[in-house]
Structure formats: C-alpha cells, structure tokens
Design a protein around this ligand. Sequence first.
Ligand code: NAD
Ligand code: UDP
Length: 330
Amino acid sequence: MRILVTGAAGFLGSHLCRRLLAEGHEVIGMDNFVTGRPANLAALFENRDFHFVQHDVTNFVYVEGPLDVVMHFASPASPIDYLELPIQTLKVGSLGTHKTLGLAKAKSAKYFLASTSEVYGDPLVNPQPESYWGNVNPVGPRGVYDEAKRFAEALTMAYHRIHGLDVRIVRIFNTYGPAMRPYDGRVVSNFIRQALAGESLTVYGDGSQTRSFCYVDDEIDGIYRLLMSDFVGPMNIGNPDEMTVMELARLVVELTGTSSGIQTRPLPQDDPRVRRPLIDRAREVLGWEPRTSLADGLASTIEYFRQRAESEFARPVVTGSRVSARPGDR
Ligand code: NAD
Ligand code: UDP
C-alpha cells in the first residue's frame, strides 16, 4: 500500500514508519518538526520506499499520486508540549484532522486516526472500556488536547457516516520506549533522564495516581493490526498493567542503580487520578495483547537514553517568558 503518515518525525510516527516499511509498504512521512526531530527518521531516508514532506497539516495537504491509507499522528502529545502549544494542538486536532480526512476522501483512501486515552479525561470508571464517554474539563489547560482529540474522533465518524469513508480510531494509552525525547516532560523520560543524571526523580503530587505503560513495539503492533482489520470505531491499545507513579519511580531507581532520591512536586491541574485500558475488544477483534514486561521495556529505554550522549541532553533554554527550544531535544 501507499501510506501517508502525518507526525512521522515524532516518537510514535517514526516507529510506525519503520514498521510499515518493514511490512513492504511505501511510506510518505509528513511533519513540521514542531515537536518531532529529523534524527528520528535518519535511517529511513536511505530507504527508496520512504519519502518525506515538511508541511504543517493544518494547511491544505497535497500529495501527488494515489494513496491507499492516510494515518494522522501529528499532534503535540506530551502535557508540557500541549500546554506550551495550546492553539497549535487545537488546530492540528481540528483543522489537521479535517484536511487529512479531506485528502483521504479525495484519494478514496482508508483513514486512521491516532486518538488517546485522554478522551476519557479524569475517568470516573476504571478500567476504561471504549463505551465510556469520559470526564473532561473543556476549559482546563488539558482541555486543548482532550477536546481536540474528541473533536477529531467525532469528525472522523462523521466522514464515515456521511461520505462512507473507511476509518479506524486507535485510543493510545501511555506509551514509552526508544526515540522519546529526554525533555519531553513525560513521566518515563523524566524519571530515566533524572536517574541517569543523578538528579532526584520528580514525583508530582503524592504519586498515588496511576498509569498503565505500554512498550512502543507492542503499541505499534496493535496499531498495525487495527489498520489491517475491518473494525470501524474506537479501539483501546494499551497495556492494562496499572501502577502508581511512585511505584514507577522506585522501579526506575532500581533498574538504573542510581543513587538519586525521589522528591515531590505539585500535582498539575486536572491530572487524571487513574488510567487503565480495558483491552477486551483488541483481544477479541485483533488477537492482540501486549507482550513486553515493564522491566524489559524500561531496560531497553534506559539503554537508549544511556547511548544518547550526556552532552546531547542539553538543558532546557529559557527564551523570554517560556521554556522553548530544547537543543538536542528535537
Ligand atoms: P510526538 O510529539 O513525538 O510526535 C508528534 C509529531 O507530530 C511530531 O513529530 C510533530 O512535529 C508533529 N506535528 C505536530 N503538529 C503538526 C502539524 N501541524 N503539522 C505537521 N506535523 C505536526 O508525539 P507522539 O508521542 O509520537 O504522539 C503521536 C500521536 O500519538 C499523537 O497524535 C498523540 O496524540 C498520539 N498519542 C500518543 C501517546 C503516547 O503515549 N506517546 C498517547 C496517546 C496518544
Ligand atoms: N509525572 C510525575 N513526574 C514527572 C512527570 C510526570 O509524577 O516528572 C506524573 C504526572 O503528573 C502524571 C503521570 O506522571 O500523573 C503521567 O504523566 P505523563 O506526563 O507521562 O502523561 P499523562 O498520562 O499525564 O498524559
């Protein structure tokens, strides 16, 4: 198949492009590098089946020739990114989804939306089945991401119902692994970077909030199976092994062998108390479930972070009033 991947230079997008190429597809990657890095695609540029277009998908998207699939992964995804880029986040989830749906319709292509567990907000039901409608604060700081993705899901289903577009929606739960940015602010990258630098691990709140962490290879495998399936409608893809953030901190300390301590910081506003996917649907429809244990997944992520030289882990630079360009981080 000939497949367009938006957000190709990001963490998940770059893994996805690699998997699609390995399956024998031709891939066109598209990205504006707002949170992604060309380095994530370095190895792919030598592949004759890989093409890259630098473009902001909130503007009209033009792709020459036929397309079989459009996969829309572009969006800031880490809380510190979408809090820093609220309007871009809303635009890529709304306008970017509209443009890429329009492209899929024009090319009679299948459409695949990267959605998120954040559509469940701060869930009042745990674990979360796809049938749960969520508990989202639309006017809080996280609303820019949550509502953009909820709108994207609604628009995707409208194109399915009105235009007969063949669509897939994956709700991705916290995923980690090599190619994460050291300063992306997510809990796994923060803890590993801090542990390797001998700094205290920063636990927000009392650390009793829970998450369920999925290794990137498992996540991409679920995404690929969903792409190849006939299933229309949202599908949770995540690891149901739930743990507290404090437990994760202790595990990272143990696995890295660091002498770092653990310090607490204020809990960000609207930080979900719990998160855990119900994956019965993925098990039944896709025959999918995660295979990588947290200890194994963290070990290979720690190894990746170790290999990126300490010098490359440049500190955040404050320009004007906000933390912006994170050199070596993009
Ligand atoms: P990422 O920030 O590493 O990648 C996102 C990519 O999109 C970046 O390369 C960025 O430059 C690009 N991008 C953003 N806005 C763009 C625009 N207007 N035009 C073109 N490119 C643009 O994040 P990620 O973790 O790889 O997330 C990828 C997708 O998966 C996102 O849609 C995100 O919402 C979703 N997701 C990720 C997770 C996770 O745990 N990583 C969880 C839930 C959902
Ligand atoms: N968190 C933390 N310390 C950090 C970064 C994050 O305790 O240095 C917490 C955060 O408050 C949340 C959880 O870890 O409860 C997961 O945060 P992340 O940003 O990775 O993703 P989220 O699931 O909130 O989107």
